[in-house]
Design a protein around this ligand. Structure first.
Ligand SMILES: [Zn+2]
Length: 220
């Protein structure tokens, strides 16, 4: 390999596939953007695949909070994403929703897709879990991705500050320990839910007044 410096003129290939990771808290529109991106690529005649895991609607579906939805491949832990793309190929792009829940090996398979097959990968996910720690897959994206983008759609804490962190709320209290992934049930008897908070209120555990938050309507 020829050594290069910041000043050396290395011409970039006209079109080069990239591994892109977009992250933000819950409700910031990640799934909406994923679906919009799929629509845009498809309209240009590009061939793609949409993947998801633990979507709020259940297996094999990407749904956004503003009402859009699309059938998708559910990413189980054993699924080899490189082999999957080869089966569906040739592909121009792959869109990965809820990518924070994939395995680290699957993130590496996505990087291989970019490098070996020239497939553009657009991955969307949360950065950190309810303890404010990075998900393992997210960390791997931070290490490997060509582009990392923090989504700028503003989600607000109940106090009005920018909401940056995801809180797990069980029986009305913010949890600081437990399994990294617990999917909130959508049925009414569930006592597990998630709420976006600013850093200050994540650290103090102050969830604000329930009346200020429409989804906080729980029995008791
Ligand atoms: Zn706050």
């Amino acid at each position: 390999m020829t050594p290069s410096t910041a000043l050396s003129a290395v011409p970039a290939p006209a079109s080069v596939a990239r591994l892109r990771f977009y992250y933000g808290p819950m409700d910031c529109g990640k799934s909406t953007l994923a679906l919009q991106m799929n629509y845009n690529h498809r309209r240009q005649g590009r061939r793609g695949l949409v993947l998801t895991k633990h979507d709020r609607a259940g297996a094999g579906r990407v749904t956004s909070r503003i009402g859009l939805h699309l059938d998708a491949v559910e990413v189980l832990d054993e699924l080899d994403l490189f082999a999957l793309a080869q089966q569906h190929g040739p592909l121009d792009y792959v869109i990965c929703d809820e990518a924070c829940f994939y395995t680290e090996a699957q993130v590496e398979q996505l990087a291989d897709l970019v490098d070996r097959l020239g497939v553009d990968v657009y991955a969307f996910g949360l950065a950190s879990d309810f303890r404010t720690r990075l998900f393992p897959a997210t960390q791997r994206f931070f290490e490997l991705a060509d582009e990392i983008t923090r989504l700028q759609v503003e989600v607000l804490c109940w106090c009005g500050r920018p909401g940056l962190l995801n809180a797990r709320v069980v029986d009305g209290r913010l949890m600081r320990t437990g399994e990294q992934v617990v999917i909130a049930d959508t049925d009414d008897v569930s006592t597990v839910r998630y709420q976006v908070l600013c850093r200050r209120h994540h650290r103090t555990g102050d969830l604000g007044t329930p009346a200020a938050e429409p989804e906080a309507a729980l029995p008791g």
